[in-house]
Design a binder for this molecule. Sequence first.
Ligand code: C2E
Ligand code: CA
Ligand code: CA
Length: 698
Amino acid sequence: MHPMDEETRKPIRVLAVDDDPVALVLYDRVLGGRVDLETHSTAESALESFLARRADVLLLDWLLPGMDGVELAARIRELPDTEDIQILIVTGRNEADNLQQALNSGANDYLEKPVFPEQLRVRLEISIRNLELRNRKKESERKGALMLQVFDNSLDGIVITDRENCIIYTNEAFSRITGYSADEALGQTPAFLSSGFHSDAFYRQLWEAIVNRGSWKGEIWNKRKSGDIYPEWLEISTVRNEEKEITHYIAHFSDISQKKQNEEQLRYLASYDTLTGLPNRSHFMEILERSLMRARESGERGSILFLDLDRFQVINDTLSHGSGDLLLRQVSERLRGLVGATDTLSRTGGDEFAILIETLTGVDHPIQIVESVMEEFNRPFQIEGQEIYVSASVGICIFPDDASDGDTLLRNVDMAMYRAKETGRNTYHFYSPEINTRAFEHLALEASLRRAIERREFLLHFQPLLDAKGKRTVACEALVRWEHPELGMVSPARFIPMAEETGLIVPMGRIILEMACSAFVELKQLSIAPDYICVNVSARQFFQDGFLEMLDEVLQSTGMSSENLELELTESVFIQDVNLTLELLNALRSRNVRLAIDDFGTGFSSLSYLKRFPVDTLKIDQSFVRDIHKSEDDMAIVRAIIALAHVMRLTIVAEGVETEEQSGILEREGCDILQGYLYSRPLPLPDFHAFLTQATFR
Ligand code: C2E
Ligand code: CA
Ligand code: CA
């Protein structure tokens, strides 16, 4: 028996009522000393005592003078907060039939007279246990409610999730901080708050700590409902059951954005260079680390340009005091104008500046920036009424390729800058030797392709096209050549794709067309011109807005007549927007410009498909001609193309003819025109003059 209420250590108070003093003596003997027992001989005095001081258990004899036990039970139950009180009715034999009445009055149990000590003890024990059970339940309910109240009123956000990490509770602070109501959060996992700032590895470590060590705490960036990203201090702990299995996770966090802001303000003063207002070196390093993290996560690339003024010390010494500062400020202003919104310009040291490009749009991106930097330095600076020329040497790193942490990256880019200084200042150098050779070539090529267009470094070579029977030169194809000042002759196979990729093909195409038309007009004036000249037009150029206007302008300005011009289009043109293609081709047709399909057989189009387009000429691709004397297949293809083309009244050109054997076969198969090294390589204009003159006399 548990004589004491364990929770409170207060003895159980029992009121026993019986008009039989023997019964009261029995109660006293059995229960006295174990519980706080008070005996009464009437219900009235027991009620009075109960009202004055409550009791936990009532032992009521049913039959009493005056108010009886059942009545007293009913009266007690009417009082507030008495539902937990255990009431035992003690009945005589003759009342046993009316037990239902006793229970209805609010009794929990009954005892039959005569009452035996053991029976009394056991029944009381049961009552006390019931009482304790109820008390304990109430206590934990009360505690639970208290806890929730504490949670609700907490200034920290609190989230409780179940073992599947589904949210089962959030408090008011949670809603205040995140902007999400509890209803919006319940049932979700906390992942819906994530800012996207952290890597998978970060979350993996977090969960490892929770599972292995039972808790995690630290700073984390989350996202509010408004989309704001904010920093919070977060602590996550686990709740485990008796089997040591995790049943719940409790997270509580506080919004530390305000704290951060204050810190930030302080940091601003420590983060910016007072002379130029640019981020200083340490701040730059922070920005760089963040970019590196982002680059690692997104798989994108970024770049650092590290710029050091050449001979700044000399300039500084020759100028009056303070003018060096003025120069640095002007330099920073010019550089600021070149840096994109998402990029960062920093003054990392005395005469050192760094530009961080967050996301490279292409391999040529850093080159473009460094070229515009160089251009800025081509203009003199105005200091104290003097014009001063300053140059800079630039090192370039690509990340994360060149280094995955900020310090190494800065060391490497510094090294690259010194390399640039060694190679003679006023230049730039990539850290990666690979980029410096192979990719750099590509980059440099593109940059110089732009320059080449401005400076018209292109020229044309001309290759004759001969009619298969009389071997008369009926036409010529203009093939572009690029005389690169350092690299020498660059093949069109190398730069045409790049020109298309970058859109440079548009201005370049115009230059080519102008040169081709002028050359033809010149030949015509010398009366040695063939019937027409073929000019290659790439798909991108062809579909560019204003292509027809450009063509008209060139024909006009060069005095070229349109029927002497044949444009060579590749098959790719014909598989694009059919309506637009037809419209353009018809516009050309109405100008009497001839049209050829170049490299026929390498694309996807079939002859029957091409029937719909107004075309004059089909050029069988070199690859079929190359093996025509060896390959049955190629032979069959060429034969089929020629047969079909003739039905469609197309002129057939075979290009890449290198041997008599090939020309013989093509002639026999009915090919109309032949072009290839067998007759002539593409020739510079003077040589082509000579070729035509000889051919004319031959
Ligand atoms: P394409 O239009 O198929 O030009 C024919 C190519 O074959 C030329 O190469 C020519 O020199 C070469 N060739 C001529 N006869 C023979 C021969 O008997 N054997 C061999 N093996 N090759 C022969 P090239 O001049 O290097 O031009 C390559 C490609 O560059 C051209 O192929 C064309 O697609 C493009 N291209 C050249 N000039 C221009 C241009 O002005 N504009 C455009 N958009 N593309 C051009
Ligand atoms: Ca061609
Ligand atoms: Ca071709």
